[in-house]
Design a protein around this ligand. Structure first.
Ligand code: HEC
Ligand code: HEC
Ligand code: HEC
Ligand code: HEC
Ligand code: HEC
Ligand code: HEC
Length: 405
């Protein structure tokens, strides 16, 4: 990356989508969008600290558009209010990305990948290398003053789970489903098809297939100890009833470092080779006649070029396989009043942790011994409350009568 992309403060230093990272030296058009030439002298004189704008220019638009990849990082955070994010609230704490993502010698903290470009693995859990960003770094593991039982939860439930009740809350939709197998349809006249939903999100595109979008989404919850394993190019895969996981989460209830953590699960269908049993890497963007899918619309040709470039075997057969990818949800922290309430998890049916099994969750699970002793406790508590209320009632009666007699 070049320096200015992060350190520009004028907002005028922009990249052209297909210029391999070059800025715009002469005004250029991309579709209907005009990219004005950048005044490099002006930009160079105005370098400064990074901001939500500089980081967000890339991270809010990953995957080819606003909010496409991350459900918790989109352009609504440029001007966040407290409802959307208590830390990035422009009228409140107004955190920049790097307030939390502390950088030492330009190694930005907060990496997930098992093959990071720099630095050690970092994750918002206790006992690690000491300089990671984590909710606990600022708040400690016992941040709750009024309700002590909440502090008991932090050993098994991640802060994010309770404090991000929903993601994509700022008015920008996030992509949830992307089916490449339906790409390549045209009108009778041979024109590309682009269909949008009421909110203006593209739900069909000849280049990309069918897509589904959502906002204000309830996350899915899984045990997670900060480590993921990744499917790599060339790895053998087989179709099965379950979608193929592009990344798999590690950790379970017994794991001391694991917490229940919220995720966006991006699902879809991608091209794969049923003979070689591996995911395919198609060549998408290029001129007509080069095999590029977005020009020639032929999956076999596009995959032949892509796989050759990647140096991987290709049988010449293209099928589609359903895939899933887990995206951690960790931004868009709501005000404390909006944190999940007890019943959302502890109720018997349709709780948010319905799919997480293998441990005892009071209220949801029935363990006859615990339940019976639980009922006895509850009975005693109710009795105590009744006695207390009864006394108060008698007392207040006395006080009311007191005036007269
Ligand atoms: C991915 C974004 C990114 C890129 C690219 C980047 N920086 Fe930085 N840089 C940061 C962050 C984050 C900080 C910490 C302070 C802040 O938020 O600006 C920083 C701090 C600095 C500082 C202040 C150092 C200090 O100790 O206070 C200098 C000087 C600097 N960068 C120069 C450069 C130069 C020169 C390049 C290109 C070779 C570059 N940066 C590329 C993100 C970036
Ligand atoms: C020019 C585009 C660009 C800019 C500007 C940029 N990033 Fe990134 N960032 C990337 C790319 C690309 C990756 C690698 C993503 C990947 O591997 O999928 C990345 C990776 C990261 C990661 C690790 C993600 C992970 O899942 O492991 C963090 C954290 C991060 N960036 C934070 C920042 C912060 C903070 C800033 C601003 C100081 C910033 N980035 C500016 C493009 C950018
Ligand atoms: C209140 C603190 C905070 C702020 C502000 C913040 N982040 Fe994060 N971010 C985190 C935490 C915590 C993680 C999880 C890190 C981990 O698990 O190691 C994270 C993770 C990430 C990741 C990893 C990839 C992923 O899938 O989530 C990226 C990329 C990222 N942040 C970018 C940004 C950008 C861009 C901004 C500014 C718009 C930003 N963050 C602002 C706390 C913050
Ligand atoms: C089981 C759900 C749950 C978990 C896990 C959880 N919180 Fe909370 N948190 C809440 C609720 C509910 C409130 C509102 C409490 C109130 O109204 O007094 C709250 C309040 C807060 C407050 C405001 C201070 C206060 O006492 O009201 C902060 C700060 C906070 N949480 C941070 C965190 C951090 C950091 C973590 C992880 C270490 C975390 N929380 C884990 C549910 C949770
Ligand atoms: C760089 C330090 C820092 C980090 C990292 C950080 N916070 Fe905070 N947070 C603050 C400060 C400062 C406040 C405002 C004072 C307070 O309420 O404690 C705050 C406030 C809060 C509040 C109370 C909001 C309200 O309604 O008043 C919650 C909830 C919260 N943070 C949760 C989190 C969670 C969850 C994470 C991790 C994703 C996190 N914080 C990471 C510094 C941080
Ligand atoms: C995000 C879901 C979630 C929310 C919200 C939540 N809990 Fe829990 N709670 C759990 C999980 C998971 C466990 C099991 C932890 C374990 O086995 O260590 C648990 C355990 C408990 C336990 C038994 C363990 C103990 O610490 O005594 C009690 C009691 C409890 N919760 C009460 C509450 C109350 C009261 C609230 C609201 C103030 C609440 N919970 C909110 C998920 C939640």
């Amino acid at each position: 990356m070049d320096c200015l992309v992060c350190h520009d403060t004028t907002g005028s230093y922009r990249k052209f989508p297909t210029a391999c990272g070059d800025p715009v030296y002469k005004e250029r058009k991309f579709g209907k969008k005009v990219f004005p030439a950048v005044d490099l002298r002006k930009v160079a004189r105005k370098v400064g600290k990074t901001s939500r704008t500089t980081c967000g220019r890339c991270h809010f638009y990953g995957g080819g558009g606003d909010g496409v990849k991350h459900g918790d990082l989109d352009s609504s955070l440029f001007k966040a209010g407290k409802e959307l994010d208590v830390h990035m609230d422009v009228k409140g704490l107004n955190y920049s990305c790097s307030t939390c993502h502390v950088a030492r010698t330009h190694q930005i903290s907060g990496r997930y990948y098992s093959r990071p470009a720099a630095g050690k693995h970092q994750f918002a859990l206790p006992a690690d290398d000491g300089w990671r960003l984590a909710c606990e770094s600022c708040h400690s593991r016992a941040p709750h003053k009024n309700i002590e039982i909440l502090n008991h939860h932090t050993a098994k439930v991640a802060c994010q789970t309770c404090h991000i009740p929903r993601y994509a809350r700022g008015g920008v939709f996030t992509k949830m489903w992307w089916d490449w197998s339906t790409a390549g349809k045209f009108t009778a006249a041979g024109k590309p098809i682009v269909k949008k939903d009421k909110a203006g999100n593209v739900i069909y595109h000849s280049k990309k297939g069918d897509m589904r979008w959502a906002e204000n989404v309830v996350p899915e919850y899984f045990w997670y100890n900060g480590r993921m394993s990744y499917l790599h190019e060339g790895d053998k895969v087989k179709p099965s009833a379950r979608p193929l996981e592009l990344n798999s989460l590690q950790g379970d209830y017994a794991d001391k470092n694991a917490r229940i953590f919220p995720f966006k699960v991006m699902r879809g269908k991608q091209p794969y080779d049923p003979v070689e049993q591996s995911l395919l890497i198609p060549y998408l963007f290029g001129k007509k006649g080069t095999g590029a899918y977005w020009a020639d619309y032929d999956w076999v040709k596009a995959c032949r070029v892509g796989m050759e470039e990647a140096g991987l075997p290709f049988s010449g057969k293209v099928d589609f396989i359903e895939t899933a990818m887990y995206w951690p949800i960790t931004h868009m922290i709501a005000p404390k009043e909006k944190a999940l309430s007890c019943a959302v998890c502890h109720r018997r049916n349709n709780g948010r942790l319905e799919n997480l099994r293998g441990f005892y969750l009071p209220g949801r699970d029935r363990w006859s011994f615990i339940d019976r002793s639980g009922w006895v406790l509850l009975g005693l508590t109710v009795l105590a409350l009744l006695l207390h209320a009864g006394l108060r009632f008698v007392n207040s009666k006395r006080r009311q009568d007191g005036g007269k007699s």
